[in-house]
Ligand binder design. Structure first.
Ligand code: GDP
Ligand code: MG
Length: 370
């Protein structure tokens, strides 16, 4: 479909529709008078008549994409990798995430309370690594379905005593579709029945070939339960991160994605967001999905109040008018009025879309009854 029909095009060119249809045919486009033609065809036809077409692009102020603003490469600085752990049920995803966090917390800050905010960050050899604490494919696919890509590296956990299972394949498919580099963690190596060679063979059939067999997939044998092999796993994460040259510009207004959100009785709407570019600060006017607000308070994954959060940092924020959804993107604006105007416009648009969807449903119901 396109911006106008052949009839309308003929009218705007002050030509007979039959003549325009003939010209279109000459260009290899078969169209009737009521058929819509696309911008390319319109441009070609107009050129035939020596008319230059002004391409009017309607900019919807309420739409924003992270990709919109490109940063000057000179301003980019290294940022921590954001890692998602995926794999078949019971292969040890939760255990791995818990052990990594726990090891880090006890080492870095004895007695520190780790708060669950859907993501956490660890320090490993003077580098930071961010883990999304929502294992499973659902979180991953929900985000991607909403156009958000937050993961830089996928750790695929495969239990050495069980091998490749349906959700292992699914996880690999998701990571590959998202073009996210994969590290395979062969887990439960402490079990006597562990068979890592079998896992490698099964994964080779899915085109994940270990380096020692001439491929380029990193395999790390681990025991999430005993905490064995985790140093090597972290080193491999940092190695892949280095190869990916992950960068962001900390010196700009923040953009990022909602990891999870809920309505808290006391605090109101609470959202865990991942800052992907720029630095988020308390007091920032912000649009989040179809809502907006001003960042009232920020809490990090250790439950501490913080004033600012740079790229790849997960933080919990309050101060939003409404509860956003996981996968929603956020953007900070300099001007609170602008944030409010865009937020309200987006909320209104959502309401209209919901109304439209309901009326469509009602029509369908009506037709079914006839
Ligand atoms: P998830 O479903 O992938 O999150 O798997 P869980 O982390 O819940 O682990 C499933 C079961 O496997 C639990 O009983 C864990 O204690 C156990 N498990 C996880 N990792 C290991 C491991 O490295 N070795 C052994 N022996 N058991 C493990
Ligand atoms: Mg689990």
């Amino acid at each position: 479909s396109g911006p106008m029909t052949v009839g309308e095009l003929a009218k705007s060119l002050k030509k007979e529709p039959s003549e325009v249809i003939k010209k279109l045919m000459m260009l290899g486009i078969m169209a009737t008078i009521n058929q819509e033609v696309d911008m390319d065809a319109i441009t070609l036809i107009a050129e035939e008549y020596g008319i230059e077409v002004e391409h009017k692009v309607e900019v919807d102020e309420t739409q924003f994409e992270l990709i919109e603003e490109q940063d000057d490469p000179a301003l980019l600085k290294e940022r921590p990798p954001v890692v998602t752990v995926m794999g078949h049920v019971d292969h040890g995803k939760t255990t791995l995430l818990d052990t990594i966090r726990h090891t880090n917390v006890t080492a870095q800050e004895a007695g520190g309370i780790t708060q669950h905010i859907g993501a956490y960050q660890i320090d490993y050899e003077q580098k930071k690594i961010t883990f999304l604490d929502t294992p499973g494919h659902e979180a991953f696919t929900t985000m991607r379905a909403r156009g958000a890509q937050v993961t830089d590296i996928a750790i695929i956990v495969v239990a050495a005593d069980d091998g490749v299972m349906p959700q292992t394949r699914e996880a690999i498919n998701h990571a590959q579709a998202a073009k996210v580099p994969i590290i395979v963690a062969i887990n439960k190596m402490d079990k006597p029945e562990a068979n890592p060679e079998k896992v490698k063979q099964e994964l080779m059939e899915l085109n994940l070939v270990p380096e020692e067999w001439g491929g380029d997939t990193i395999f790390v044998p681990i025991s999430a339960l005993k905490g064995e092999g985790l140093d090597e796993l972290m080193e491999m994460v940092l190695l892949v991160a280095e190869m990916e040259e992950l960068k962001a510009n900390p010196d700009r207004l923040a953009t990022g994605t909602v990891i999870e959100a809920e309505l808290d009785r006391g605090k109101g709407p609470v959202a865990t967001v991942l800052v992907q570019n720029g630095t988020l600060r308390v007091g920032d006017p912000i649009v989040v999905g179809n809502t907006y607000g001003r960042v009232r308070a920020m809490t990090n994954d250790k439950g501490r109040r913080i004033k600012e959060a740079g790229p790849s940092t997960p933080v919990e924020i309050t101060g939003l008018q409404d509860v956003p959804q996981a996968g929603d993107q956020f953007k900070v604006f300099e001007d609170e009025k602008k944030a409010r105007a865009i937020g309200e416009a987006r909320a209104e648009k959502q309401k209209q879309e919901e109304r439209a969807a309901t009326s469509r449903v009602n029509l369908d119901e009506l037709f079914q009854q006839i």
